[in-house]
Design a protein around this ligand. Structure first.
Ligand SMILES: *Cc1c(COP(=O)(O)O)cnc(C)c1O
Length: 417
């Protein structure tokens, strides 16, 4: 069963200071998990997790992960600014972008970030803006479908990211001519995978390519970046990835492919977002309306502007009615927000305990791609973000938006005569 990291009593206390809705993060959970990730790959001397900033672009969170030894994976100008703001320096920053504007490349170069080229044409594009660094990376896309034990995980052949094998060879040759000395290979083939075999299988594909590229082009492969994609169990009985088993699986493939090729110095990098943060965040909202028409509806003070995944992907997020953890789930509800969009539903036909007005609902696993994906449709404002610290105290790490924020990009001066 899924257990909230705050109780009803704690939530009530927090709400006295910070009204719902808000996202709250569990510092203890974040730190313990980050330590486990580092332990799982401790067999690899150069291992580093570069946290995918897009998942939770909040400085206090980035700071915690930095303290746990993580770098930052950025893909836009503002994400680079955030990484810089929390003191990530030079090669602590991985720049894994695509369709990259010139100013983003310039900023990444200025910060000394590791550039991960999404396409071969980005090399001449980049060269007009900055010098090719000594350490560079390229993103690989093997095409086709990606399968783990007979089930299709994802469809790289349909994905806009990365280069073909031939292009990887051309790109590395070109980069070598331009002075690059240390090379990285990156690939992201499947998202939110629920299998301990994803990273090891991906590793095998990249490791074999690495050996081929090293031998053919006589280059030093410095790191392999397995990127993100390790999943979390959003549903109560879903498979839960075991990061220790995943690390061990990657080690075995490493010993099988890289070590015999004399490549035992290759560092393993990851760029996880979801696995690092999703379970350690929750959206807390209050039931403010109930409606009995052709279905039973519960309306919250939160909406898809605070958490878009259910509306956008039909994603499941578990809901706990705080204080009713042990009550029977004998009521079927659609739990909705107030957008003028019928897809603004956190849950559809969900069996829950009887919900009364004023009940506090805990929406699980919103720590990654939650607040970050928020938007302002219908003039809805994004919520605050709070941090539940290890000592039990609560700190606001991002205030809620106000109407002034929503209007900040407008100039009313011509209208206000
Ligand atoms: C989104 C993204 C990640 C993180 O993915 P998760 O599924 O959150 O682990 C890592 N790297 C890149 C390049 C991404 O676009």
């Amino acid at each position: 069963m899924k257990k909230p990291f705050v109780t009803l009593e704690q939530a009530k206390k927090i709400i006295e200071t910070y009204p719902t809705p808000f996202h709250i993060y569990d510092e203890k959970g974040i730190r313990e998990n980050a330590r486990k990730v580092n332990a799982a790959f401790s067999w690899n001397k150069g291992f580093r997790e570069y946290f995918a900033v897009k998942a939770t672009p909040t400085p206090a969170i980035l700071q915690i992960l930095k303290e746990e030894g993580c770098g930052a994976d950025c893909s836009s100008y503002t994400e680079l600014l955030l990484a810089d703001a929390v003191g990530q320096k030079g090669e602590d920053i991985m720049f894994s972008s695509n369709v990259t504007p010139a100013e983003d490349f310039i900023k990444a170069a200025e910060l000394g970030a590791i550039i991960n080229f999404d396409d071969i044409t980005h090399i001449p594009f980049f060269e007009k803006l900055a010098k090719i660094p000594e350490t560079v990376s390229c993103r690989y896309n093997p095409g086709g479908v990606f399968q783990v034990s007979n089930s299709i995980m994802d469809n790289p052949g349909d994905a806009k990211y990365g280069m073909t094998k031939e292009q990887m060879k051309e790109a590395f040759k070109l980069l070598k001519e331009k002075g690059a000395k240390h090379f990285g290979i990156h690939a992201f083939l499947a998202s939110n995978t629920k299998s301990n075999d994803y990273y090891p299988m991906l590793a095998k594909i990249i490791f074999e390519l690495a050996v081929e590229l090293k031998n053919e082009l006589d280059i030093h492969i410095a790191f392999i970046n397995l990127s993100g994609g390790v999943g979390v169990p959003y549903e109560p009985d879903e498979f839960e990835c075991d990061i220790m088993a995943i690390g061990e699986g990657v080690r075995r493939v490493y010993e099988e492919v890289l070590t015999p090729a004399g490549m035992g110095d290759v560092a393993i990098f990851t760029e996880m977002g979801r696995f690092m943060l999703a379970p350690y965040g929750a959206l807390i909202a209050t039931a403010i309306h109930e409606k009995h028409t052709y279905k039973e509806y519960i309306g919250l003070d939160a909406c898809a502007a605070n958490l878009m995944r259910p509306a956008m992907y039909g994603s499941y997020h578990h809901i706990t009615v705080l204080g009713k953890e042990n009550a029977p789930c004998d009521h079927k509800y659609d739990v909705t927000g107030g957008l003028c969009e019928n897809n603004d539903k956190f849950a559809i036909d969900r069996m829950l305990p009887k919900i009364d007005m004023g009940d506090i609902l805990y929406i699980h696993d919103t720590g990654a791609h939650g607040h970050a994906m928020g938007y302002n449709y219908n003039g809805k404002l994004r919520s605050a973000e709070l941090l539940l610290k290890e000592d039990g105290s609560v700190e606001m790490i991002r205030r809620a938006e106000t109407p002034a924020d929503y209007f900040a990009t407008l100039d009313f001066t011509g209208l206000l005569k």
